[in-house]
Design a protein around this ligand. Structure first.
Ligand SMILES: Cc1ncc(COP(=O)(O)O)c(C=O)c1O
Length: 353
């Protein structure tokens, strides 16, 4: 397939400093169309603009849509790096299958992404802890009100410079265990990055914020007993020297940061295990003084230590995120690899050139 580039008549001014997330968009976007029987076509990089949608477009009624999130980093010599971008497009394809959408050609969308980033290089911030957030997404664009998989789709990549997640170094977050709402059940959509999962999570998230917590920790949707994941992060617990994280049983997002951290822990000779950890086991280990660290893993914050975890009337406080804590070591190591400050022994980085 041909990739065409339509140049913008006027370019926007790049802000001197970026503090926000997801509010500023660059000059260009990538878009391509899919029509059943024809496949993907009309791939182009065009000036960023509003997109007309038929009011009957399937995504607007039945939520047939998926997305991804990854980042590009610029270091002091101006080199731009992408962190495991193929893994995002491969996950996008798995999400697509789950909601009956067409897959994309990973090599082609990688090429399109690299062309787009090259064109937008001036938008990749280089200040510490900043990045260019990349949002690929696909929606059902066919105008049809019947409930079935659509026959037309649009795939986009848009870019948004984003500021540091933490204002000053790693700041532990407070999280509440959600024991009323559930996010996903086995056989549902949990492991796919679909629009519906995020809509389903909003009410719990808003209620948690009103109570002063940054996110919720989800329990399994059946027994409300086993730990699943946090709003936009996977979760890990360091108990008695061992890092434990829930297994990928279909209800949680298979995070790329989660996978990277598991590989890094093995590389660091720190014991790591994937098993169904119950909230009761967490409380018991806290009471026994064995709950050493809790941290979220995800593209946005990379590593997010949890300072307080609240479950019903039990408040668990963890305040020892010292320089030699596993959370801190992982944060430094992973952000170092992403930004090119330290060597990448895993081959995770793609240099944009
Ligand atoms: C529900 C959920 N879990 C986990 C993650 C972490 O995934 P990743 O490490 O690929 O960013 C995210 C972020 O995309 C998420 O939205």
């Amino acid at each position: 397939m041909q990739l065409t580039i339509e140049k913008a008549a006027v370019l926007k001014e790049v802000p001197m400093e970026v503090k926000s997330f997801g509010k500023i968009f660059t000059d260009y976007m990538f878009v391509m169309d899919y029509t059943e029987g024809e496949g993907w076509h009309d791939a182009k990089i065009t000036p960023y603009s509003a997109v007309p949608f038929d009011p009957a477009a399937c995504v607007l009624h039945y939520g047939q849509g998926i997305f991804e999130g990854l980042k590009a980093y610029k270091n002091s010599d101006g080199t731009i790096r992408l962190f495991r971008p193929r893994a995002n497009f491969e996950r996008l394809n798995r999400s697509a299958k789950r909601v009956c959408m067409p897959e994309v050609d990973v090599d082609f969308v990688m090429k399109a992404l690299i062309e787009l980033i090259k064109l937008e290089a001036r938008w990749v911030p280089s200040a510490p802890d900043t990045s260019l957030y990349i949002r690929p997404f696909m929606v059902a664009s066919e105008a049809y009100l019947g409930v079935r998989a659509a026959q037309q789709y649009k795939f986009f990549i848009i870019l948004s410079p984003s500021g540091p997640y933490y204002a000053k170094g790693l700041e532990p977050v407070d999280i509440i265990v959600e024991d009323y709402y559930v996010r996903a059940v086995r056989g549902g959509l949990g492991e796919a990055k679909t629009l519906a999962n995020y809509a389903a999570s909003l009410q719990a998230g808003e209620e948690a914020k009103l109570k002063g917590y940054s996110q919720v920790l989800w329990l399994d949707g059946v027994e409300k007993k086993y730990i699943e994941e946090v709003g936009t992060m996977n979760i890990m617990f360091k108990i008695d020297g061992k890092v434990i994280t829930p297994p990928l049983t279909g209800t949680i997002l298979p995070g790329i940061t989660r996978d990277s951290v598991i590989q890094m822990l093995k590389h660091m000779n720190i014991p790591v295990e994937e098993y169904r950890l119950s909230i009761d086991e967490v409380v018991k280990s806290y009471e026994a003084g064995k709950l050493e660290e809790i941290f979220g893993t995800g593209t946005a914050a990379v590593i997010s230590p949890v300072g307080k975890l609240v479950y019903q009337d039990k408040e668990m406080t963890i305040d020892h995120y010292a320089e030699d804590s596993v959370s801190m070591r992982l944060y430094k190591e992973l952000t170092g690899i992403q930004t090119g400050k330290i060597a990448d022994p895993f081959g995770w980085v793609t240099i944009v050139e």
